[in-house]
Design a protein. Structure first.
Length: 103
């Protein structure tokens, strides 16, 4: 059987007072069968020249998601979201633009 494509549409990443960050989005599918599986989020901080995952979480993929997280420290951050594949769908991922947390 053919595997069906998916993609992740991310909303804006917001950082408020006290380093409270949030990201929203949804997994888009190409066919009509229901979508199962999970969406995993990785809050990553740039340390020297590599991205280190500091926080993470899981949500169901069959509806829009919102992740909220208090970021551990100031610095350069990004959010990476991955759909963990469940047949007949393919895995997909999306990465946000970098954000700078000052306090």
């Amino acid at each position: 059987p053919a595997t069906l494509k998916t993609r992740i549409k991310l909303g804006t990443v917001k950082v408020g007072k006290g380093r409270k960050a949030s990201v929203s989005g949804r997994v888009l599918k190409t066919a009509s069968p229901g979508l199962s599986g999970k969406v995993r989020v990785y809050w990553q901080q740039k340390r020297k020249s590599t991205w280190k995952t500091i926080h993470g979480g899981l949500k169901p993929a069959n509806k829009p998601f919102t992740f909220k997280q208090k970021l551990k420290r100031k610095g350069t951050w990004r959010v990476q979201v991955r759909y963990i594949n469940v047949a007949p769908y393919k895995a997909s991922r999306a990465t946000s633009t970098t954000l700078h947390v000052k306090r």
